[in-house]
Design a protein. Sequence first.
Length: 603
Amino acid sequence: MKSRVHAILLPIMLTSCILPTIGHAKEKPQIATTAPSAQLEQLYKNYWRDWLKLNPQQALVQGVTASETEFDNSLEEQWLTDMVAMLSRYQDALSRISPAHLDETARISYDMLRYKIDQDLDHYKNGTYATERMLPINQFMGQHTAFALDAAGAGSYNFKTVENYDHALMRADSYARWTVEAINRMKEGMAKGVVLPRVVVERLLPQLQNYFGRPPEKTEFWHPILAMPDSFSATDRARLTKAYAAKITEVIEPAYENLHNFLQNDYLPHAYATPGLGALPDGAALYAYKVASHTTSDLTSGDIHALGLAEVERITQELDKIRTAVHFDGSLSEFLAHVRSDPALHFDSPAEVLPAYNAALDRILPKLPTLFDVMPKAKLEIRALPQSSQNYQGNGNYQQAAADGSRPGILWMNIYAPGMRDKFIVMTTTLHETYPGHHFQTSLAEDIKSLPSFRRLTFYNAYGEGWALYCESLGKEMGLFDDSWQYYGHLMNEMLRANRLVIDTGIHAMGWSTEDGIKWMMDHSSMDHPQAAAEVERYVAYPGQALSYKIGQLDISRLRAKARQELGAKFDVRTFHDQILMGGSMPLTILDQKLDRWIKSVK
């Protein structure tokens, strides 16, 4: 799992120099064909600054507050015009630079920025974005939940100064404008037959109801008032208290209520019963883009479906070995049913969840030096999401630490979610989310100040989720799966990711129903129906993202096996991990090229 700010991606400063800012789209950057490295570095800085300016939410994730009064303008036509103009300028600049004489690090930076800009421009200019923006909201990655977390002081927005509090009031107005534009885009989709699946709308309605119909002081948007710093003057405290009460009553709650009423009264009757993108006009093209974007590979949906089937078969055989090891006398399907129902294997209370994960982390940390020779600086906290998230978030997500050190990495746990009841997934999930998984990888990348910001702070799903899934397998090497049930949990998590390859492609490319996906999941795991339904509904709402885990993990595992075979006695796992980690997140195609060059250099 990764930050919902995407996913998933997390793709995101400085002052102007060589390249014009986004307000001067007609000017051409002046960069020589044989640009010195200093000029290239300035190009990268300017690109990141301009990217952040167009993506203020991602700027907040990185601790950049220059646009904190803004929310998200990506549904507006002017935003698209500005984004295409900005990307085109940098594409043109890069096309006039020869990378032939760049050193290894500089060449990777060049290749990565070309890759990202080319992919983004294709998306924004060639139709897939026009389809995507007519589907602007879902229960897992919706901007409505991102705003709510920030406005409650539980997300990326920092409520520290009087100015922060005042800017948050302006940001609420920006969010209200976003809801109006989201409704307009969905109306456009209704006219063109591009609509959300019915199951997504049905999950959104009660979720949105959590955010309106209460007195201001009874909403989560009141939390910043309760947490006002003691340093605020009495005058400011009184003024802000009055202003927040008015903003919640007159702007925030009406924005949520209007969105809810539109979805319920106007949109729901038009929502599709078929959950996949393939059922929509131009949906197949959008899904192909999602597959390529999330896997950073050339694999087709058919390739991935077949790979998923093969992985499910392999892991099934490993699970049957666990059945034998725990002396269960029955078939594998009977064993999975036993796991679902055995109370000894599940937490009795949500209050037991966080202590179990903190205890797992305490076991992991002393083991890291056997496989790694570097450690990140950023601190980590494990926190519980509010109970209102129970039915609308997955098991949890990791939120990247702020690059400036102002906020730790946070593992947000949905302790009320059905998937969090299983004791046997604690160790493997902790490895995935904290050390040496998401927190370890993203924080190490942030620490490499010599890399351009776009490399340190961008998150490619196949690399990031692939690395985190690979880290789950390291539990065996670290001696952390010291009983059969913990190893069962590891295999079950790996089976989940293999099932995702089958189900995601089944739903979006092969016409599967939601129930088809749930049945597959229950037939090939110990998930009960609520757990399986929550997983499958995530794939419906967030096409393609679930493919990234297995695709990335298999690639990293393949690279390790290749390096071990070709280097023989020269192979050192800590050095291998350095090669994977110390360049930041990157597309798998570029990672493969990087590792191939490293192997040749060591030989």
